[in-house]
Design a protein around this ligand. Structure first.
Ligand code: NZQ
Ligand code: ZN
Length: 384
């Protein structure tokens, strides 16, 4: 096992009717800015629950954070915070709203040009505190320190991370999932699955706990993922998906193990250029990444084949091929397309995505920095 530091300070309130709990987690003297997306929370009753929880607080709101949150929209929220003096941000939404709030929290206390936080990795020394009411289980953003922001003028989609923007608390009520469109449920299952794979499918370091936790998450997503798409999905199925998505990227399974993230870095460029949903890009790239990195990942691929899919590995090459194929089949089982052609895209993608990767210095990706531009291009061309 590798050395690691691990702390996850986000206080989780999990379960039905937990939104009211937020009133105990925000200082009574805080001036709260409620930040949300395109308005789904007004149709499904979440907004009303938040309003009820905030009775007695001084608060205002900012709406319109779009999927793949933009720098431009976030900066409008920063202006509002500066003009009206908010000192706590309550994010009510999915990964986009939460990521947007993380950037807003840092940018409102940043003296220089906030875009440098993303483009140049500029150091953040302070940020407003954040709380979360999660409405879409997928990204794990509710209890991690990462954020991904897009610049619609320059077609950049760039990540940053800071412990200062990690949410202080997050409410996870599985009932909020009832209003989710099927496409977003699918996205959530696939994103959580790929987060787990990015931290699991590398090379062995004898990290038995991390490996078995990761396998537990993969098995749960394979078992419950197809069920959650059913209109009659039970509360328990939703709860299991929601907790899997949080656990997949809250630092626990990634502590003390090598991490990959090549699929994500390529995926972010695809979203920036063509607007595909985040998880749609991952489902296209991951199966071909597994094929391309088959030798480098051989031992973990065999472990994955045996422990996750129960395959006989006495014929190792056959088992690896089967495990890769079953991974893609799982995406299909949750109605996720896995080819560029499914989205009306063709071979032009390879050149354009590679140009973006090069522009962002993403020329040696993965746990061995072995995914060169040439390999990324092969992966993309094989994914048509
Ligand atoms: O805007 P609203 O009205 O809220 O509608 C949203 C949005 O249209 C809707 N939705 C959310 N909850 C709903 C709901 N509709 C009905 N009922 C509900 N309960 O769903 C749509 C998509 O929401 P979004 O937040 O964009 O989805 P997701 O949670 O998948 O977030 C994706 C973003 O997170 C980033 C992605 O790159 C992408 O920008 N990621 C963040 C990560 C992190 N911070 O750790 C890691 C990930 O790998 C990922 O990169
Ligand atoms: Zn992701």
């Amino acid at each position: 096992m590798l050395n690691f530091n691990f702390v996850n300070p986000t206080h989780i309130h999990f379960g039905a009717q937990q939104i009211l709990e937020i009133k105990h987690n925000i200082s009574a003297s805080a001036k709260v800015l409620v930040v949300y997306g395109g308005g789904s929370i007004k149709k499904n009753g979440i907004y009303n629950q938040v309003v009820e929880a905030l009775s007695g607080f001084e608060w205002g709101e900012f709406s319109g954070i779009e999927p793949n949150p933009s720098y431009q929209t976030c900066m409008r929220a920063v202006e509002l915070i500066k003009a009206e003096g908010y000192d706590f941000i309550l994010a009510v939404g999915g990964g986009s709203v939460i990521d947007g709030c993380k950037f807003i929290a840092a940018a409102s206390m940043f003296d220089a040009e906030p875009w440098d936080i993303l483009a140049k990795g500029a150091h953040i020394s302070k940020a407003l505190p954040i709380g979360v009411v999660l409405t879409l289980p997928a990204t794990g953003s509710e209890s991690n320190s990462f954020s991904v922001i897009s610049n619609i003028e320059t077609e950049d989609k760039l990540p940053f991370a800071s412990a200062l923007v990690q949410p202080q608390f997050a409410v996870l009520d599985p009932n909020v999932m009832q209003s989710l469109p099927k496409r977003q449920l699918t996205n959530g299952v696939v994103d959580a699955f790929v987060h787990t794979m990015e931290q699991y499918l590398t090379y062995p370091v004898d990290a038995k706990v991390q490996d078995r936790f990761a396998e537990g998450l993969l098995l749960t997503l394979i078992e419950e993922g197809p069920k959650v798409l059913n209109d009659e999905a039970s509360y328990q199925t939703r709860a299991n998906i929601m907790w899997s998505a949080t656990m997949a990227l809250n630092g626990l399974i990634g502590a003390g193990v090598p991490q990959d993230w090549a699929t994500h870095m390529i995926g972010h460029e695809i979203t920036a250029l063509y607007g595909l949903d985040h998880a749609q890009t991952l489902a296209i790239v991951l199966p071909r990444m597994m094929v391309q990195q088959r030798q480098e990942k051989r031992e973990k691929l065999l472990q994955y084949a045996e422990r996750v899919f129960g395959l006989d590995i006495t014929d190792p090459e056959g088992a690896i091929s089967e495990a890769i194929s079953l991974t893609e089949q799982f995406f299909h089982q949750v109605n996720m397309p896995t080819r560029f052609s499914d989205h009306g895209l063709g071979e032009e993608v390879a050149q354009q995505v590679c140009a973006q990767l090069e522009r962002h210095g993403m020329v040696a990706l993965g746990e061995h920095q072995a995914v060169t531009l040439e390999k990324s291009k092969r992966i993309l061309l094989a994914s048509m």
